[in-house]
Design a protein around this ligand. Sequence first.
Ligand code: ZN
Ligand code: ZN
Length: 183
Amino acid sequence: MTQATEAAQVARTIWTNHYLCPCGEEWSDEHDATCNDCCPVCDKEIEPFISDDGSITEKQIDAAREATLAKLGLCRCADCGCISRSEDLDGIKHLSQRVLPGDEMADGQCPECGALSYRVRLPESLYVVVHEHEYGMTVYQARATREPTVGELVKALKIDFDEEKGETLHVVVPEAPVRIGVA
Ligand SMILES: [Zn+2]
Ligand SMILES: [Zn+2]
């Protein structure tokens, strides 16, 4: 090996690519590129949901995984954490004894352990918008999975906001997100 190829070898980035298939299979693989891979279960070609060159934190990987699970509509067992498609879940036995009125509805029963399994949803936060105008103040509320811009809130909540009249908008950003649907 020449010195030049040796240097190229050293400089080459090794990526840990993380994959999630719509069938529910998860795996990761090390490669010198952020390449697609075929699902070991159903053979579908999958793009990595995140590729780590060593600079990505566990938290960032977890957040990307949650977002991908939610996007794929997969379900997670509240007990063992097993990921399944909703069509692969078992029917819920003794439904009326296990789900109380007002509880979030489970999608089915985990095929591995029999506990209830729920569709993965991104945590939503409650944003409060205070609109001060010449007649006083109007308070609006919105839920979002990420922090919206003021422009997005004005549009989504149909706020009749006129800055030229000296009106003000104040957005109260929550400190902790409200976790919905995941035990
Ligand atoms: Zn698959
Ligand atoms: Zn389970």
